[in-house]
Design a protein around this ligand. Structure first.
Ligand SMILES: *Cc1c(COP(=O)(O)O)cnc(C)c1O
Length: 365
């Protein structure tokens, strides 16, 4: 089969989703499955829905369009604040969006009116991580501006922590979101039905706090896809961490000196590595490079060590591992490596519906 390729086990994604849905449900929290790291793969989205995700979300309209072919009843949320230039498309492709800017909300209302729709709006609140969000003091006024537009429906508030500055979700910042929800409801006599507490970084808090307050949704990507939580990048108990495997083919295998010779300066991508070993190494070159995957977050099989990577070559120390030219090695992936592999046109994506059975062979772009 063609290499490099990214193998996706949809059953594992379904299992991870179901496990998290089942753990969060007793706390009154639904799961919005986030597909952005898979470029809005409909196969992955459908697996999340089978696993009990209440809806899907993605950061890009192109990806949400790919998901539009799924069951009509599956909600599709644009989770990055819409570009003003795309507001018209947003109301057609997304059923809801996360927002902060008055000008964008005005354009969404105009677009929704043009297409005779009502677009659901979640207002994002800044609670300390300093990425998207309206200042807490301005939330009531911002909510009022949405409430008064007939083609927009204010369904809730949300926030996003951890991504920009690693701010940890806790009782304090989540409690503030709950208080703001109550204030908005009291100010306008409405009920907010979607209080979106955050991403996978919220799981620890959501599953351990005494009181989740009004938080009733988390937007989960990494935890479902990779089975890890993003605060410490540790595996989550009971989840599969190998739903994605990157397979690469060996193009040269042999014994080489552990130490290079000749004067040394910079390499293709920065400073030369410190070479600790002497003697020789059993080295393999795989047809895989930085155009295919991020070297950080590429997890080699046990006993094999990554020595370096340039645009098109991955060099590994095979240790005691047997490998011949033309044979393949299988790598695990961290989040950055997954995103790069997914977006590389050189990496073939293979989705399996049932483990061991190929459902679809898709080459993206
Ligand atoms: C990416 C993203 C998510 C999902 O984050 P994970 O850590 O992958 O769960 C949720 N919300 C927003 C706004 C995002 O950008």
């Amino acid at each position: 089969m063609t290499a490099p390729r990214l193998e996706v086990e949809l059953e594992r994604i379904e299992h991870n989703t179901r496990t998290l849905v089942d753990r969060l449900a007793p706390r009154g929290i639904r799961v919005c499955g986030i597909t952005k790291a898979t470029l809005g793969s409909p196969g992955v989205g459908a697996a999340m829905v089978r696993g009990g995700a209440d809806g899907l979300g993605d950061s890009r309209l192109e990806n949400l369009s790919r998901l539009a072919g799924l069951d009509e009843s599956t909600s599709r949320t644009l989770i990055r604040a819409p570009m003003l230039s795309q507001a018209g498309q947003v109301v057609r492709i997304a059923t809801s969006s996360l927002n902060t800017e008055p000008a964008v909300l005005e354009a969404l209302a105009a677009g929704a009116s043009r297409y005779r729709r009502v677009h659901d709006v979640v207002l994002m609140v800044e609670l300390g991580d300093l990425r998207e969000g309206i200042a807490a003091a301005d939330v009531i006024a911002a909510a009022g501006a949405v409430v008064e537009r007939t083609n927009l429906r204010l369904v809730g508030l949300g926030t996003n922590l951890a991504c920009q500055n690693g701010v940890v979700p806790d009782d304090r910042n989540m409690g503030e979101l709950t208080r703001l929800v109550e204030q908005v409801e009291a100010a306008y006599g409405i009920a907010l039905t979607r209080v979106s507490g955050g991403n996978s970084a919220n799981l620890d808090w959501a599953l351990s706090t005494e009181d989740v307050g009004r938080i009733d949704e988390l937007r989960l990507g990494e935890s479902i896809l990779l089975g890890t939580e993003p605060l410490h990048r540790t595996p989550i108990d009971g989840l599969s961490t190998d739903a994605f495997v990157l397979v690469a083919e060996a193009i040269e295998v042999g014994e080489k000196p552990a130490q290079p010779w000749g004067d040394r300066a910079q390499m293709a991508f920065g400073e030369p590595p410190v070479l600790r070993r002497t003697g020789t190494v059993r080295q393999a070159i795989l047809a895989l490079g930085r155009q295919d995957v991020d070297i950080d977050g590429l997890i080699p099989p046990a006993g094999i060590e990554v020595l370096g990577m340039s645009s098109d070559h991955l060099v590994v120390d095979l240790g005691d591992h047997d490998l011949a030219v033309g044979e393949e090695l299988r790598f695990g992936l961290g989040y950055g490596a997954l995103v790069r592999a997914m977006t590389s046109p050189f990496v073939t994506k293979v989705e399996r519906e049932r483990i061991g059975r190929v459902k679809a062979l898709t080459v993206v772009r």
